[in-house]
Ligand binder design. Structure first.
Ligand code: IMP
Ligand code: MG
Length: 400
């Protein structure tokens, strides 16, 4: 095995959570490195729905993986307590498998209030992310380690001290607060899975600024969190066969008609964190290619093939009227479409005694994406069950 990363390739909500959940049993550490409780990773275990906002999308039923919340994160400790308590209730011993980097930054109540007051025009999730990162970069505010020293020192150094008792509650439950270097000796021998939050087009440096989140959503965030000693050898970019976005900002392939409503309902396209109806559009290859180029994505995973099955055609944006070399290009891009014949279903047909096969329409669609992005498609997801995540090497090659 080797270390891998799973990133949102577009605007988040591509289905990373369930991919990571399914993969997690084969890894020792599942590591979040960016963002905070703005993420909403929906996963199902034994028919029960769980939304992880801060915890990685770890499958607690497997004894192997441990969860790490990295230095690049901004953490709302009340929310973490809530998620840890729920995990411990359903999976006794889970809390002991949660490790929080002492360099991570704390999201305080005032950050959430400031978010509501200042960031409605971006469509912020109001989880305090932007204001917390602003304080962090301005070198004011509180890190996890600041709450672990004595209350006396906290009061002396910080004008607005946080409640340190929350750390005690988390510790009593079993949650570990650690320095990365003390864990490094275990990690260098282990298999690591880095779980991105949000998506490349929401990245603070390379996303469609200012309609972005405030963290490093690309592979860069992994290094910024201190993991240069264990880089990912494969970086998976996850995207849907159509596109969604929550919040404001340019969305070149957005659609507004009945088809949008239908896809929203079929795909259950409502925000896991905020419940907002997601904006809907077609797959946007120039945007996907841009994301691959700026984020370190080496391989692709496409999701939700089942949602569009049965449509006559599936339009795909295969060109803009201008090349995309800067996030600014997205503000005025005019998408040009190619219509693909859609597949009737995603049931895999038996191919003699060989591996199962997909309808040719699916293979055509996947091959076009591979050629355009110059990235290999490695998995497709076409349903909500673990067996619906299919490794394409088990299917007739899309390169034939
Ligand atoms: P913030 O991260 O709450 O500051 O929100 C900034 C922008 O990123 C808004 O448009 C949000 O809707 C969007 N956003 C933040 N987190 C996610 C996510 O996990 N999935 C999808 N969009 C997100
Ligand atoms: Mg989400």
């Amino acid at each position: 095995m080797s270390n891998i990363a799973v990133l949102g390739a577009v605007w988040g909500d591509e289905g990373k959570g369930r991919i990571v959940h399914d993969f997690s049993k084969d890894y020792d550490w599942i590591i979040r490195f960016n963002g905070g409780a703005n993420a909403g990773h929906t996963i199902y275990r034994d028919g029960k729905k769980y939304v992880h906002n801060l915890l990685p999308s770890i499958d607690w039923r497997s004894p192997r993986p441990k969860a790490y919340l990295g230095a690049g994160m901004v953490i709302d400790l009340d929310k973490l307590l809530d998620e840890a308590v729920k995990a411990e209730a359903d999976f006794p011993g889970a809390a002991k498998r949660i490790y929080v980097d002492k360099n991570a930054f704390i999201v305080e109540e005032k950050h959430k209030e400031a978010d509501k007051a200042q960031n409605a025009h971006i469509g912020s999730t109001n989880r305090g992310i932007g204001p917390a990162y602003a304080d962090k970069i301005s070198r004011r505010g509180t890190r996890v380690s600041d709450l672990i020293v004595t209350d006396l020192i906290v009061t002396e150094f910080f004008h607005d001290p946080c409640d340190t008792s929350i750390i005690k509650k988390l510790s009593n439950l079993g949650v570990n607060f650690v320095d990365l270097l003390t864990i490094k000796k275990d990690m260098v021998k282990a298999d690591l899975l880095y779980e991105g939050a949000q998506g490349v087009l929401l990245d603070i440096n390379h996303g469609i600024y200012p309609y972005v989140s405030s963290s490093d959503c690309t592979v860069g965030g992994i290094y910024a969190s201190g993991f240069a000693f264990a880089p990912p050898t494969q970086v998976y970019g996850v995207f849907k066969c159509y596109t969604t976005k929550v919040g404001e900002g340019p969305f070149p392939t957005e659609i507004f008609d009945e088809e949008a409503t239908k896809l929203r309902e079929l795909g259950k396209e409502y925000g896991a964190t905020t419940g907002r109806a997601r904006r809907i559009g077609w797959l946007d290859l120039p945007a996907l290619k841009y994301a691959c180029e700026v984020s370190g994505i080496t391989h692709l995973i496409i999701t939700k093939l089942d949602i569009v099955a049965g449509m006559d055609i599936i339009p795909v944006c295969t060109k803009y009227d201008k090349p995309v070399v800067s996030p600014n290009n997205f503000f005025s891009a005019k998408p040009l479409y190619t219509d693909f014949s859609c597949w009737k279903s995603v049931e895999r047909k038996a191919n003699g005694t060989e591996a199962p096969n997909f309808e040719l329409e699916i293979l055509d669609f996947l091959e076009t994406i591979e050629k355009y992005t110059q990235r290999k498609m490695e998995y497709v997801s076409c349903g909500t069950e673990p067996q619906d995540i299919i490794n394409l090497s088990t299917i007739t090659s899309v390169h034939t």
